[in-house]
Design a protein around this ligand. Structure first.
Ligand SMILES: Cc1ncc(COP(=O)(O)O)c(C=O)c1O
Length: 395
């Protein structure tokens, strides 16, 4: 179905879905590793790109392709590449576009392993990098070099909730001939479409809001142009972090209710963030929907809503945070985010433990920071749960 003229809710439901031989209402799971050729010549033609048709699931599969078309449509891009995980997507982007002597500029508060991937692994192959606070454009300008081929930002960033001006950074990157990549995991295409703001590539850990049910790990990359997609897809195919058809089926099913889930989680998050900000044991709350957030105005300009992720720090620091995390009953103490259930975790000792303490602090990830991914439960229950846990924290 051509969905280009439809609204976002209609596109979430219908984008990417094409009729099959049986009139299936939802994309079926083509759980096959390989596809039969009509003849030896047809096999050769498919390999040569002279005949249409699938070959082998690592190269492409109808269930995976439906999801790729859907997310590419939602992100207003030319093509999508689904991957086995969000980190699979990061690795494909890095390896396809960086190399010996090439320089990356990236957000200092990106998801820990995204940063570790360059600092510990790709640096061994001669990749150069600078991680700076990309919400400060002067810092970005200062580290750009002739060898910079990629600027990579995460906005809002995980877990510091810093917001980068995508349009402004795109201009800086393009002036130097570099591509801009945006990790759109925290916002999802429902709240933010970075390609419209000037980015060249957008990607997601679909593990989070896009799938939304905490039962799949996966990733997806969307390129603005077919030319960029053609630089990325061969790397995915040869490296091998392809998505599996069953994984794609579940993610696509989750995607179709993204707007309903996110609207409700976001409404809950607005209430919880305000409540936390007024609580006497809370030192600070980082939620882009609060007027107290330093980039609130920018976030509201480039996003359609503030989303459902909150980070906060208690006056009692790490020890108080531990008491809180050990005493919540409704929220689950677990990493990950963006599911229907509320999750709470401690970035410094969990998701961002791979970073040095100095790098963490520079990125705004203090020892006492607690991250709260708001789900779709009744907000009164969430507030009551946080309230009883905070009662156990000594002032
Ligand atoms: C912002 C962000 N990007 C990327 C990733 C990596 O995704 P995955 O865990 O699906 O590999 C995560 C995971 O938490 C994330 O939060």
């Amino acid at each position: 179905m051509d969905t280009k003229h439809l609204g976002i809710n209609s596109r979430l439901v219908h984008a990417g879905i094409v009729p099959d031989a049986y009139g299936s209402a939802v994309p079926p799971i083509y759980q096959t590793s390989t596809f039969a050729f009509e003849s030896a010549q047809n096999g050769a033609d498919r390999f040569a790109g002279a005949a249409a048709g699938y070959i082998y699931t690592r190269l492409g599969n109808p269930t995976i392709a439906a999801l790729e078309r859907a997310v590419a449509d939602l992100e207003h891009g030319a093509a999508g590449i689904a991957t086995s995980s969000g980190m699979g997507a990061v690795t494909v982007i890095y390896m396809a576009l960086l190399g010996q002597g090439k320089h990356l500029v990236s957000t200092d508060s990106v998801y820990g392993p995204t940063r570790v991937m360059v600092e510990k692994h790709l640096s061994r192959f001669g990749v150069l990098y600078d991680h700076v606070d990309t919400s400060d454009l002067d810092q970005v300008r200062r580290v750009m070099r002739p060898e910079t081929t990629m600027v990579f930002v995460e906005t809002p960033s995980n877990p510091a909730m810093r917001v980068t001006d995508v349009a402004a950074v795109a201009e800086i990157a393009h002036q130097k001939g570099a591509l801009l990549v945006v990790d759109n995991t925290f916002a999802s295409p429902y709240l933010q479409t970075p390609l419209d703001l000037g980015a060249d590539i957008v990607f997601h850990s679909v593990t989070k809001f896009i799938n939304g049910h905490a039962d799949v790990v996966g990733g997806i990359i969307v390129s603005k142009t077919i030319e960029i997609d053609r630089r990325l897809r061969p790397l995915m195919i040869n490296l091998g972090p392809n998505m599996d058809p069953h994984q794609a089926f579940l993610v696509h099913r989750g995607l179709r209710t993204l707007s309903l889930r996110l609207e409700r989680a976001q409404a809950n998050a607005k209430r919880v963030a305000k409540w936390l900000e007024e609580h006497p044991k809370v030192a600070s709350v980082a939620y882009v929907g609060l007027p107290s957030h330093p980039q609130h105005a920018l976030a509201m300009r480039q996003m359609k809503g503030p989303g459902a992720m909150i980070s906060f720090e208690l006056k009692g620091g790490l020890e108080a945070g531990r008491v809180l995390m050990d005493n919540v009953r409704l929220a689950t103490l677990a990493v990950s985010l963006g599911g229907v259930e509320t999750l709470i975790q401690h970035p410094a000792s969990m998701t961002h433990a791979g970073m040095s303490r100095d790098a963490r602090l520079a990125a705004g990830i203090t020892d006492g920071l607690v991250r709260y991914s708001v789900g779709i439960e009744d907000v009164e229950d969430l507030i009551a749960d946080l309230g009883q846990a905070l009662d156990k924290v000594k002032q």
